[in-house]
Design a protein around this ligand. Sequence first.
Ligand SMILES: NC(=O)c1ccc[n+]([C@@H]2O[C@H](COP(=O)([O-])OP(=O)(O)OC[C@H]3O[C@@H](n4cnc5c(N)ncnc54)[C@H](OP(=O)(O)O)[C@@H]3O)[C@@H](O)[C@H]2O)c1
Length: 351
Amino acid sequence: MRAQHIRAIVYGVGEMGRITTRLLVDKGVRIVGAIGNRNNIGRDLGEVAGLGRSLGVPIDNDAERVLSSSAADVVLMSFCSDMETMFPAACRCIENGMNVVSITDESFYPWGLFSRRASELDRLARRHGVTVTGTGIQDLIWLNLVSTLSAVCHKIDSVSGEASANIDEFGPAAATSAGLGLTPAAFETRFAETRQPPTPFGVALQGLVADLGLTLSGSRQRVVPILAARDTPSVALQRVIREGEVIGTSHVDEVETVEGPLFSGAFHVKVYEPGETDHCRWQIEGFPNATVVIPAMPGKIGTCTIAVNRVPDVINAAPGFVPAQELPRIKYRPYPLHAYVRAGISCEATG
Ligand SMILES: NC(=O)c1ccc[n+]([C@@H]2O[C@H](COP(=O)([O-])OP(=O)(O)OC[C@H]3O[C@@H](n4cnc5c(N)ncnc54)[C@H](OP(=O)(O)O)[C@@H]3O)[C@@H](O)[C@H]2O)c1
C-alpha cells in the first residue's frame, strides 16, 4: 500500500513555529518549506526546531520563493497577532493554492472587527479552492469548551470567562507591550495615550456569540494593570519587577447581544509567581447555571497541538475563510495526521 503525506510549510519559525514543526514531523507530516524573517536564515528547520536532525529544509526569508517552489497542502502560520500583518502573507499562500492554518489572534473570528480583510481572504480562497482558518488555544478554551457547556442551559443571561498566560514565556516585545515594570502612573499615561488593539479574548467572545446564534450589538474593552505584591524576577523583562510596579495586564472585554445575554472576559497576561499556572474558568448564569474550571492548562504547547490537530479539518473544509466554529468539533488526532484527510484531497503519494 502506498503511504500518503500531508505536505506543509511553516511560516514563522519562532517559539510557536518551532514547537509546531516538531509536532507536525511527529504526526507524519512532510515539511517542504520554512519561511523566516531575520534570524536563522539559511539554517535547517530541523536543527532550529530542535529535532536533532536535518529536515533538508533551509529557512528562507523570501516568502514568494518558498511558496512558489514548494508544493504544499497547508501553511502553518505563526508570525504575527494582527490581521493587517497576516493579510498579505495569507494572500500569497492562497494564490499558490495552499490552505492556511493561522494562530494569528485576530484571525480567530475576524468577521466582526476585521470583516473587510476577512471577506477579501474569503473571496480569494474560494477562487483558489482553498481554506483559511484562525485557531490556537482559543479554539478549545474560549470557544468549543464554553459552547459545549452551554448545551446544559435552557436560558442564558450572561457568560463570563477568565484565563491567564505567563508573559515570561513570550519574548521581550510582549513584555514591553504589556507595560511590565512601569509604575501605575506611567502605565495609566501609556495606556490612555495609545489606542489599544482588540484583545484576543474580545475577538474570541465575538466568535462565541456567533457560534451560539446570537447577534452582536456592542463591545467594550479596557486594560487594567496588575501590580506586583513583592519583588519578582521577570525573564521577559530581564530584571526584577519591584513591589508595586506593573507585573502584568488584565484585558477586560464585554460583548452585548441583541437577544440579551451579556458576554464578558478577563485575560490576565502576567509574570507568574511560584505556583501559578495557565488556567481558565467559565461561568454561565441562566437556567440552570453552569461552571467549568480548568485549573492548569498547557497554554503554549496547547496552541500548537490545536493548530496541528486542525490541519485535516482545514484541508477537508469547503473553500473560503472558515472560522473555527464552522469547522468540525476540535479533537485529538492520533498518528498519522493524513489518515483524517478525506480521500480525493491533494496529499502527496510516495512509494
Ligand atoms: N492563537 C493563539 O493561541 C496564540 C498563542 C500564542 C501566540 N500566538 C501568536 O503567534 C505569534 C507567534 O508567537 P511566538 O511566540 O512564536 O512569537 P516569537 O517567538 O516572537 O516568533 C515570531 C517569529 O515570527 C518571525 N517573523 C516575524 N515577521 C515575519 C515575517 N514577515 N515572515 C516570516 N517570519 C516572520 C520572527 O522572526 P525574526 O525573529 O527573525 O524576526 C519570529 O521567529 C504571535 O504574534 C502571537 O500573538 C497566538
